[in-house]
Design a protein around this ligand. Sequence first.
Ligand SMILES: NC(=O)c1ccc[n+]([C@@H]2O[C@H](COP(=O)([O-])OP(=O)(O)OC[C@H]3O[C@@H](n4cnc5c(N)ncnc54)[C@H](O)[C@@H]3O)[C@@H](O)[C@H]2O)c1
Length: 443
Amino acid sequence: MSNYDIKDINQAEGGRRRMDWAEREMPVLRQIRERFKKEKPLKGLRVSACLHVTTETANLMVALQEGGADIVLTASNPLSTQDDVAAALVNQFEIPTFAIKGEDKVTYFKHIRAALEHKPHMTMDDGADLVSSLFFIEMGRFEKLEPSLASWAKGLSDDERKEMLKGVIGGTEETTTGVIRLKAMEKDNVLKFPVIAVNDALTKHLFDNRYGTGQSTIDGIIRATNVLLAGKNFVVSGYGWCGRGLASRARGMGAQVIVTEIDPMKALEAVMDGYQVMPMADASKLGDFFCTVTGDLNVIDEAHFKAMKDGAIVANSGHFNVEINIPALEKMSKGKPELVRPFVEQYTTKDGRKINILGEGRLINLASAEGHPASVMDMSFANQALSAEYMAKNAATLEKKVYSVPTDIDNEIARLKLEAMGVKIDTLTAEQEHYLNSWEEGT
Ligand SMILES: NC(=O)c1ccc[n+]([C@@H]2O[C@H](COP(=O)([O-])OP(=O)(O)OC[C@H]3O[C@@H](n4cnc5c(N)ncnc54)[C@H](O)[C@@H]3O)[C@@H](O)[C@H]2O)c1
């Protein structure tokens, strides 16, 4: 395999300009990059990254490269790649990149193979596709792999398969769904090296999942449809970090927001936040827009499609394209869906209703828009860069477990972000510090 696979190298100039635009909003990552350039904390480390190939990710790759890492980047979703950015990474930074927007499943896993062939010391995942491929190969569980990746893996000797894993000192994971998969691996004793759950840092999920997904998901739905949100019923499934952000932004656009949940605590929070809460069986009759952000399976299912209004618009912003049961919709529909606009597939049900699925049910904020704005990715990727440095220094002392980002790293990122925003805060006086640490003073 050659050392990159992208759509069009001639798009590099435009990609570089967009990378620079994002970089202006990433002051925390910039400071880390400048320090990395001097200190080279990742010197000699091969890093395989499987992330959404966006302008912000590109700036993270440059920071890691300046820190001395030898990187290969592959897409973590078939639809999220920005082809001009992939071109800029190859052409202007000589970072081997394997990512083409709209690639099929075979190509997606061919690209993951390139990341594995890099023989990483460190993995950097968004959704855990890279580490799970690595583990299935090492365990010889080829039936779990995409067939073409399986046939390549079967061709390797036992020694080569074991060798691939041996060199890995640790990894990092970007998103909620990936962390859930890794914790399940830890529980089943199949996690083979330590992984830092970047998603669990407060400076990640409080901002990226909430404000990033909130804004960019609305952006994706609007870019795909150009339909007015004001006055419409907007159903948000899942009131976690992403769901809270999405619900608040949809309300801000004038929509009447309905929340569906399975967790009583989250449902109660949504009620107190002023939203209508009801089961999907009821919400499916009312929604003009639906967006899932649960990380769960078949949240919008056959029975819900049966109840939907003519013209309903259905999207997903959770990690995998399993939240909407599209195969069930296909079975209920006449013929193939019609691509009525880019990223809008219109199904006609046998009873004559039109149901519009956005972005093939994949993360709509990355499919039809550009993913999270750089300002929140600044913090997410500061966590990635500092977690990689922490792993490089401490891997030998860590167990095969999922670790949180150390609190001092998380706090430092918050401090740097505030500083960059020009926001000053108070500090405790000695008297206050004493008061807050004592139990003797009361009424
Ligand atoms: N689009 C993006 O750019 C982006 C960014 C960050 C995270 N994510 C992904 O979004 C998903 C949600 O992430 P999060 O951080 O909000 O997770 P979270 O765990 O905070 O929230 C998920 C919520 O969904 C609820 N839920 C689960 N099954 C449900 C069901 N059947 N019906 C209704 N609600 C259900 C859970 O109770 C929970 O409250 C994950 O897949 C994550 O990886 C996407």
